[in-house]
Design a protein around this ligand. Structure first.
Ligand code: ZN
Length: 161
């Protein structure tokens, strides 16, 4: 288990659609957790450490004291709520550039966990938001792709400085 270098936007590896895994890769999962905690993030997807696989990890509570590590392999969205919410998000691959993102309030997800067990559950609030953010990475999308053209131009200019 080791901390890996983060892939930073606009690296093309953040714009590719990732391939499903045949089974959970425990080394990849360990590296994702090590890198996420070291970078003080709440979620990290495989392409952010240069691996084009459909896997990500999330822990939305560790900064408040108690760890709740979750592993998602080959996640599939089954449904999302019609109700949406706007919140400021940050991405470890786009450092120091928070921006508002509109997302569904809840998501029903099917996935394989770290032990290879098929699961499904409904997630809400910050956990749903975090999961949908990481899912975007598996399809080559980042939070900039959620912005209107004008605000995206401004954000990209700010990032370049
Ligand atoms: Zn991100």
């Amino acid at each position: 288990m080791s901390v890996q270098p983060l892939v930073l936007w606009p690296d093309p590896r953040l714009s590719q659609v990732c391939a499903p895994l045949e089974e959970p890769d425990r080394w990849l999962i360990a590296d994702l957790f090590a890198t996420m905690y070291a970078a003080k993030g709440r979620g990290l997807a495989a392409p952010q450490i240069g691996v084009a696989a459909r896997a990500f990890v999330v822990d939305v509570t560790w900064k408040e004291g108690a760890k709740t590590p979750r592993v998602f392999v080959n996640p599939v969205v089954q449904s999302t709520s019609d109700e949406a919410a706007v919140m400021e998000e940050q991405c470890l691959s786009i450092p120091d550039l928070p921006m508002p993102v509109t997302r569904p309030r809840s998501v029903v997800l099917a996935w394989i966990d770290g032990a290879g067990v098929a699961r499904s559950a409904t997630f809400e609030g910050i956990e749903a938001r975090c999961i949908l953010h990481e899912l975007d990475h598996l399809d080559g999308r980042v939070i900039l792709d959620h912005q209107a053209p004008d605000s995206r131009r401004e954000l990209e200019a700010a990032y370049a400085r």
